[in-house]
Design a protein. Structure first.
Length: 298
């Protein structure tokens, strides 16, 4: 029997085939921005965005979101009201926001500690090769210009989660001569991935979806390279959904149990149960199995 190892997978997603921002609303917002001198100076604009993002991160070691600030309701000049996350997403989707997003991302990433783990099995590098600060992680979840969904082809429905859908897909690497928003290396060969698509909250939503996605990504990045945790590949916002791209594993423990008549002959990697993290949906469907490259010593 083939020996396998288990991977814990998070829960959440929704369809990636979602609509775009309301065109008239975005155009009205861009007209308002065009009247503000602040946004005509890219350096000053970028500084303001960095300050806002940093103000939404708590000073704790884990860099959690400040939920009080995030859930604050502000009035927009277009007559709408919405959570701060909604307004920031709108702002960073505008022409002025798109122009400075990449520079802000590089400036924030430059502050991160160089603690990236080596590439995992399967030819994929987990979460690019760039460590991220909490503010940079937040920016990637607010700016559509920092994520390129076209790098992931042949989306096929796999399962329905508690808050959305999970899809199988194939990562198609860009050519070395082309520019890309993907955080994956250009020399990565085509590889199978899984995409969790989580629908954005609306402007009148009384609960933030962003905080859940941010928290899950913070944990996945923290355990980058851990043999008992599903490995993160990439993430971002596209259309009306957050995408979390993870390595694809052979099957879940639930699927494996339906096909087998006896237990696995190998051991299971130790879960990070002493790291003060709690998985709230631990079940056979969320334990992922993959063939071992070498036997586990028990």
């Amino acid at each position: 029997m083939e020996k396998r190892k288990a991977m814990a997978m998070g829960d959440s997603s929704r369809s990636p085939e979602a609509g775009s921002e309301a065109t008239t609303g975005l155009h009205a917002y861009e007209r308002m921005l065009s009247t503000r001198l602040l946004y005509k100076d890219a350096t000053l604009h970028a500084l303001m965005v960095r300050m806002v993002l940093s103000s939404l991160i708590t000073p704790s070691a884990t860099g959690d979101l400040d939920l009080v600030a995030l859930n604050k309701v502000l009035g927009s000049e277009g007559g709408r009201t919405g959570g701060l996350e909604y307004l920031l997403t709108w702002h960073l989707s505008s022409e002025a926001g798109v122009k400075i997003a990449a520079d802000v991302s590089r400036q924030l990433d430059a502050r991160a500690a160089p603690d990236v783990k080596p590439a995992g099995e399967g030819g994929m590098t987990d979460m690019a090769s760039t460590p991220r600060t909490p503010a940079s992680r937040l920016l990637r979840l607010l700016s559509r210009g920092l994520f390129d969904p076209s790098r992931f082809a042949n989306l096929q429905f796999h399962a329905r989660g508690a808050s959305g859908n999970i899809y199988r897909s194939k990562y198609v690497p860009p050519s070395r001569s082309s520019e890309t928003k993907s955080s994956l290396p250009v020399n990565t060969t085509q590889a199978q991935v899984m995409i969790k698509a989580i629908e954005l909250a609306g402007p009148e939503s009384d609960r933030s979806i962003l905080q859940d996605v941010y928290g899950e990504l913070a944990i996945l990045e923290r355990f980058r390279g851990h043999p008992g945790i599903c490995q993160l590949i990439d993430y971002g916002i596209t259309g009306e959904s957050y995408w979390i791209v993870m390595r694809r594993y052979r099957c879940s423990l639930a699927e494996w149990r339906l096909r087998q008549t006896q237990g696995p002959s190998g051991g299971v990697p130790e879960a990070p149960c002493n790291k003060k993290e709690v998985h709230f949906d631990l079940k056979c469907a969320n334990i992922l199995l993959d063939p071992l490259s070498k036997p586990i010593q028990i």
